[in-house]
Write a protein that binds this ligand. Sequence first.
Ligand code: BG6
Ligand code: MG
Length: 220
Amino acid sequence: MIKGLIFDLDGVITDTAEYHYLAWKSLAEKIGIEIDRAFNEQLKGISRMESLELILQHGNKSEAYTLEEKERLAAQKNEEYKEYIKQVTPADLLPGIAELLRDAREQGIKMSLASASKNAPEIMQRLEIDGLFEGIVDPASLKAGKPDPEIFIRGAELLGLSVKECVGLEDAEAGIESINAAGMFSVGVGSKDAMKEADYAVESTSELDLKTILDKASAK
Ligand code: BG6
Ligand code: MG
């Protein structure tokens, strides 16, 4: 029986995935690298430094910077990103998410957050939903990020549940891989192609409905 939902944040609960993209695009342009939305799919779900490495590889500039310079570039991206998230309010929950969180609470389904973002606690507070969650996995405490299953396993531990009692929700290919590897039922939000490995996929958060998710997960 499903007793817990473990959420990704960016692109599932709120549209900060767009802000990550805009901030990376602007940083990349400053160092003469062009990125587009198709390329950006690979950046979803992975850490700040890993994202920078992929961008540098894409622009054939992997060897162009020292570690210190790369840390400065990543910090520069984060500064711009933090400017964007200052605007986040409860009105920025993606369609259907407020209802999903409410239904889960009403039915005693516990929730935790499994986001790679170090900015997650601030965003959860700005959305005013941090009180609905049992906990947030600290990405700095992980041995390996998505697609490794560790973050979703830790999300289940925060709830005191087994992975089989939980469902993971994601918009990133790396995230779906992580949920599946954890042995958890995966719900994907996004294009059919990007979400092809998900156990159950929808194209928009507005299609997420607690009863459907629980029925599909129990049927697996
Ligand atoms: C994930 C995003 O949630 O967090 C990635 O999907 C992002 O795009 C990662 O790189 C790390 O975020 P932050 O806020 O710690 O730079
Ligand atoms: Mg995401």
